[in-house]
Write a protein that binds this ligand. Sequence first.
Ligand code: PLP
Ligand code: COI
Length: 341
Amino acid sequence: MEKKQIDWDNLGFAYIRTERRFVANYKDGAWDAGGMTDDANVVINECAGVLQYSQSCFEGLKAYTTEDGRIVTFRPDLNGQRMEDSCRRLEMPVYPKEKFVDAVTETVKANAAYVPPYGSGASLYIRPVMFASGPVIGVKPADEYQFRIFATPVGPYFKGGIKPLTIRISDFDRAAPNGTGHIKAGLNYAMSLHAIVDAHKQGFDENMYLDAASHTKVEETGGANFIFVTKDQKVVTPKSDSILPSITRRSLMHVAKEYLGLETQEREVFKEELADFAECGLCGTAAVISPVGKIVDHGTEICLPSGMADMGPVTKKLYDTLTGIQMGRIKAPEGWIQEIR
Ligand code: PLP
Ligand code: COI
């Protein structure tokens, strides 16, 4: 298989159309067999549920080329499970996680020429998405849906790669208690767009959202969970029912404990504690671990001791171990790496 002629080293995080995608349709109470297609466009009725009431959810995972030249994905079963959870909460038909993983495999295989080479720092981002394609005008779930997986080669999510970010505490809320913050619903992202555009206008890279009920506890950003490192090297991550259960964060907490021998805590993190942490990072599939150097709380700057030049030392160890596992340099826990053959 010949790789595409792409400037892998300078890719940003943007859509590049690749050749093949997986599509399955749900009609009359059942999913069809699904299959691969070249058609990147979707034609739906003007009254489709996704267009009227935003009935949609999605996932994000990556395929990597390992040091020894294999193509692998990272814990795709957990994305399949999370999409099932999203579908249940949004009254959408579940696409079974086993079939989800098969469809991811097929999509990556069909686009193997777009999987960036080892060492480029880029990866193939895989985007499974489901939306209501059938018409609805009363507020209710649609009868027809499409499940689609496409892939696009990407570089770092934040411009500047792994340079520490400056974020602000947002006055906007991302998710309500008992709402949809814990699932990957498109609507969570639609309502974060104004906040991120405003943050960028004010010179910030991202928003730190607080819990909507009290505005005292740290939740997450628009597209990543937080990890913090205490001055005595404990790795701490916020516990909340209204944040997305990040697969990267769950993996990092395992890496911190089992590979690096660090104490880990998943617990409520109060805004008041921010000034006491030694390091802070954003973690997610797209973000990997992006270090945070400064948090601005309505004009008050909280400067992390790790500074604005480099990742903090514990964040760096976490980053190196996680990416080492993903690229096959470090032995993975059982079941984490799925080889695409
Ligand atoms: N939080 C939000 C809101 C996200 O969109 C994402 C991205 O998927 C994450 C966290 C990180 O999750 P994961 O590590 O599973 O990609
Ligand atoms: C991911 O990390 O896969 C996401 O969905 C987050 C988004 C900011 C791209």
